[in-house]
Design a protein around this ligand. Structure first.
Ligand code: GTP
Ligand code: MG
Length: 301
């Protein structure tokens, strides 16, 4: 059928799949790729959708962007248009529990589903790590046990991602995020680096985020390792709704609607702590993070 001349062609949408500072790599839904120059100050991140217009690239509205506050208090957008966030951990280097709490809270606050990827299962202490994850964050599912080096668990990972998720990997340097991407994709050659044998810390090998499509379905974003995951746009009063482990207790109502779950009478969270359903160290971690957010709230005023 002949197209009417006044019919408006839908604009083609491109996704940012890599960002090189002065240039981005874009990919269309059909798999076509092209590079485009961008202003250094342009705020595009991997995962963003753009359209070409006569005056340059125009960004489509961004949803479900994962953000973090770095140690200098600057807000960083990790990636956007996400459905899931895989927290990659390993027996070595260890990941601080506070990092994991902050990552989970940051994701849940913008409707991104967190899950765990326990890498390096070939190292002897993989089982202890999984027990720790399940004990500390029982509501975070799935916990996928994998080994990038031995190929263990990769099929289960592909099956899980194949439901159409766009997931970002986050984790401290050296846990094997890029190694996992390489193992899952076969033809990828992302740089990986040995961890320091003395400190057991990674060497910050990956320097920019990149998005990759898996042949079995789903998309995965590799990111540079970072340790600071200060929550963004979550007030101290909202924290409990996102804090991992409080879900069951919050299903019961507290006496006060604006209960902060610290010392208030008839508080469902404190009752769950007393009954042993929430561990005291988890409640202490909640209060520490709440103090930090209250400080940010005060500075913002
Ligand atoms: N034993 C073992 N070592 C692994 C595994 N996966 C990765 N490694 C090693 O861990 C080290 C760090 O791997 P990378 O993939 O560079 O880690 P990364 O998380 O991408 O690190 P950054 O890019 O610095 O954030 C390398 O020496 C890898 O060979 C694994 O499954 N088992
Ligand atoms: Mg890497």
């Amino acid at each position: 059928m002949e197209r009417k001349t006044d019919e408006v062609m839908p604009e083609k949408t491109w996704r940012v799949v890599s960002h090189y500072g002065i240039e981005v790599l874009l990919r269309s839904a059909e798999g076509e790729e092209k590079r485009a120059p961008v202003d250094r100050r342009a705020s595009l991140v991997v995962g963003d959708e753009v359209v070409w217009q006569s005056n340059g690239l125009q960004q489509r509205p961004r949803v479900r962007a994962l953000q973090r506050r770095d140690r200098r208090g600057r807000i960083r957008t990790v990636a956007s248009n996400l459905s899931a966030m895989g927290v990659v951990v390993a027996p070595r280097p260890r990941t601080p529990d506070a990092f994991i709490d902050r990552a989970i809270v940051g994701a849940r606050a913008v409707d991104i589903e967190p899950f765990f990827v326990a890498n390096k299962s070939d190292l002897g202490d993989g089982v202890a790590l999984i027990d720790h994850l399940r004990g500390q964050w029982p509501g975070v599912e799935p916990v996928l046990s994998v080994s990038a080096v031995e190929g263990y668990g990769l099929d289960a990972f592909r099956r899980w991602l194949g439901n159409g998720a766009r997931a970002v990997f986050v984790g401290v340097s050296g846990v094997g995020k890029s190694s996992l991407m390489n193992a899952l994709l076969g033809d990828l050659e992302l740089a990986v680096g040995e961890i320091n044998p003395q400190t057991e810390l990674g060497r910050h090998v990956t320097t920019n985020a990149t998005l990759h499509c898996l042949p079995e379905g789903g998309e995965l974003i590799d990111t540079p390792g970072f340790r600071d995951f200060g929550p963004v746009a979550i007030s101290a009063g909202d924290l409990a709704a996102y804090f991992p482990g409080f879900e069951g207790a919050l299903a019961e109502r507290c006496h006060y609607r604006d209960c902060r779950h610290r010392t208030e009478p008839h508080c469902s969270v404190l009752e769950a702590v007393k009954a042993g359903q929430i561990r005291t160290d988890r409640h202490a971690a909640y209060m520490a993070l709440q103090d930090e957010l209250a400080q940010v709230d005060r500075e913002r005023r």
